[in-house]
Design a protein around this ligand. Structure first.
Ligand SMILES: NCC(=O)CCC(=O)O
Ligand SMILES: [Mg+2]
Length: 357
């Protein structure tokens, strides 16, 4: 057996007030062949060996809409985020396109009086979403618009589907979601993003879109959407926090599972999803990595409202460097394998990336 060379533990340095650097180096050298720190010694070198890069092309910007005479109304639980009226949403879309953000994802805060048990307002082709999508498409046709298919902004009970007693009905909800998707496609949505987690909705929406001549409208499915506490501030933004009865654990996924995410993604791809999404983001990086490794399809992460709020709250208290934490959280998605991220930070990041050049 080859004997291992055991290096004597370096003798402790004599206590001195100042030891010259060279003396420290020679006294302590471990004679290492590989030193991982060499590549980190200067910014040019760190840039050269960097494995992942965040670009503006990776960003999807979720925005909140409201019917209001005021251009902006603040979302209290998401400092720095406002609900926009249609005119302001158009202006912000123009800005987003100028910054090079590829796409936005609008979400409506629907007037309470328009919400009912069957989400009938979701099918109104003149509803807030449809009017906003038309207006934005007319002004900035080159900006992608990704529209949620989900009933929660429109239901009086705050669930993503219609209910019988305490049960959220699957197939009946899918029929309504398909109609909703058609209304959005007709308004000009480029991508339908079913976020409801009903079974079979991707296939039904694909068939509905194709039959109506919208065969070029893409589907980005919220394939693995978890029943998460991190959606809290979003429910403030769209005004469902007060109305939601119970929770969504009978249709959204159990945070304890990840094999199940693979099964969900497989089904959505079979049913015709062009892109898949995992949501929330940072607490589910392992799921993003597994899905990307397994399927090699366009995979997106949603950095949800609670993730945004945590960073912002800490930054506003002076407990975190907000910009650094924002960028670090976003590069994590790239490292995990995501092709892009829905993030409320999108315009701020795009501005920063533009300034860096
Ligand atoms: N369907 C979209 C969402 O539920 C967003 C959740 C969030 O940002 O917390
Ligand atoms: Mg599913």
């Amino acid at each position: 057996m080859a004997s291992r060379v055991v290096r004597p533990f370096p003798a402790p340095l004599a206590r001195q007030d100042e030891v010259p650097a060279t003396a420290l180096q020679s006294a302590d050298s471990l004679g290492l062949i590989r030193r991982m720190r060499r590549n980190r010694k200067a910014e040019w070198s760190r840039r050269l060996v960097r494995e992942n890069v965040l670009t503006t092309n990776d960003l999807i910007w979720p925005i909140f809409l409201v019917d209001s005479s005021q251009a902006r109304t603040p979302v209290v639980w998401m400092p720095g985020v406002d609900r926009l009226n249609i005119e302001e949403a158009v202006r912000q879309s123009v800005e987003a396109a100028k910054l090079g953000i590829p796409a936005i994802a609008p979400f409506p805060n629907v007037e309470k009086s328009l919400r009912d048990a069957t989400a009938s307002e979701a099918l109104n082709t003149r509803n807030l979403m449809c009017r906003a999508v038309r207006a934005i498409k007319q002004e900035v046709p080159e900006l992608g618009i990704i529209c949620d298919a989900a009933l929660d902004p429109y239901t009086s009970h705050g669930h993503d589907g219609v209910m019988a007693g305490e049960t959220v009905l699957n197939d009946a909800s899918v029929r309504i979601l398909t109609e909703q998707a058609l209304a959005l496609a007709d308004a000009g949505a480029d991508v339908i993003a079913p976020s409801d987690m009903m079974d079979g909705r991707v296939g039904a929406i694909r068939a509905g879109l194709d039959a109506a001549g919208f065969d070029q409208v893409q589907i980005m499915s919220y394939a693995a959407k978890y029943a998460s506490a991190y959606y809290g501030p979003f429910r403030d933004a769209i005004g469902t926090n007060a109305t939601l009865i119970g929770d969504k654990r009978t249709y959204q996924m159990d945070p304890a599972n990840s094999d199940e995410a693979i099964a969900e993604v497989a089904l959505d791809l079979e049913e015709g999803a062009d892109m898949v999404m995992i949501k929330p983001g940072l607490p589910y990086l392992d799921v993003i990595a597994r899905v990307k490794d397994h399927f090699r399809v366009p995979t997106f992460a949603y950095q949800v409202s609670g993730e945004y709020a945590m960073i912002q709250a800490a930054a506003l208290n002076g407990w975190l460097d907000g910009d650094k934490a924002m960028l670090e959280s976003l590069i994590a998605f790239k490292r995990a394998g995501a092709d892009g991220v829905l993030t409320y930070f999108a315009p701020r990041v795009a501005e920063k990336l533009k300034a860096i050049g």
